[in-house]
Write a protein that binds this ligand. Structure first.
Ligand code: HEM
Length: 241
């Protein structure tokens, strides 16, 4: 007996609808570009933030003045906090788009991978990178929430919300467990950045300079990690007090 579907198929050939061409942001090139541009914005922020943190070594007055200046850049031509608010909006947008492109690219990779071989083919190195990027990214996001509560709002800081930014920095990092949390998060940022830079270099078609670019990615990431961690450890050992 012929089923309705078979009979239908015999008389009316099924023609698949023409595939819609994905727009720029639906293409892997577009998604990789979004990831690279937002990644670059975040790296620029991190480099500026790390350099600003080194002001801690110039003492309480210099650091507190720097923190106050951040809120007043452009004043009185612009309202107070205008530039800082713009930076915050750009940062939130960059983080959101970075995450969106990461999810879109991961879904694309999962679709392209033959399911049957997924387990066997996944190399040790591939598994490690996926872990660092996926769980590392989540860890960094959770850290930023804690970090804002700690040093921006002061509600999770031993010195409290009324203390100056310098007092908060010193009060927090005196505790080994606070320094440990920051160490783990900053090292995660470094590992995430190292892989991100290397991927961006490959996307740009610079894969043939592999050794030099890998070394460059390690150097930039290690420099950032060392710069960030210099402050908590200087407080922990009493150089900054
Ligand atoms: C040991 C490392 C770090 C130290 C000592 C540090 C210090 C600080 C301080 C003192 C502030 C508050 C500034 C103020 O309110 O005047 C701040 C804000 C901030 N930090 Fe960090 N930071 C560190 C690492 C990081 C990392 C790794 C990230 C990102 C992954 C980060 C992201 C931010 C953000 C987003 C803000 C808020 C900026 C704003 O007010 O708009 N920080 N940090």
């Amino acid at each position: 007996m012929t089923s309705i579907i078979e009979r239908g198929a015999a008389t009316r050939p099924i023609v698949p609808p023409p595939a819609r061409k994905p727009g720029f942001f639906g293409s892997s090139t577009g998604q990789k570009a979004v990831m690279a541009v937002t990644g670059a914005v975040l790296v620029l922020f991190l480099a500026g933030h790390m350099a600003g943190n080194l002001k801690t070594f110039a003492g309480a007055t210099a650091f507190n003045e720097y923190a106050a200046w951040l809120r007043e850049v452009g004043y009185p031509a612009l309202p107070k906090r205008a530039v800082l608010t713009l930076v915050e909006v750009v940062l939130v947008a960059a983080v959101g788009l970075h995450l969106w492109s990461a999810v879109a690219l991961a879904r694309r990779a999962a679709r392209a991978r033959p399911v049957r071989y997924a387990r066997r083919r996944r190399s040790q190195a591939g598994g490690y990178v996926v872990h660092i990027m996926r769980w590392g990214g989540l860890t960094i996001a959770l850290f930023v929430i804690y970090h804002l509560l700690d040093l921006t709002f002061g509600v999770a800081n031993p010195a409290g919300p009324a203390a100056t930014p310098y007092a908060r920095v010193v009060a927090g990092f005196q505790h080994w467990y606070v320094t440990l949390v920051y160490t783990l998060a900053v090292v995660m940022v470094g590992l995430h950045l190292r892989h991100g830079l290397w991927s961006a270099f490959q996307t740009l078609g610079l894969g043939r300079h592999r050794k030099a670019l890998q070394a460059g990615a390690v150097l930039v990431s290690a420099g950032l990690v060392a710069g960030f961690l210099s402050v908590p450890y200087a407080v922990l050992i009493g150089v900054v007090r």
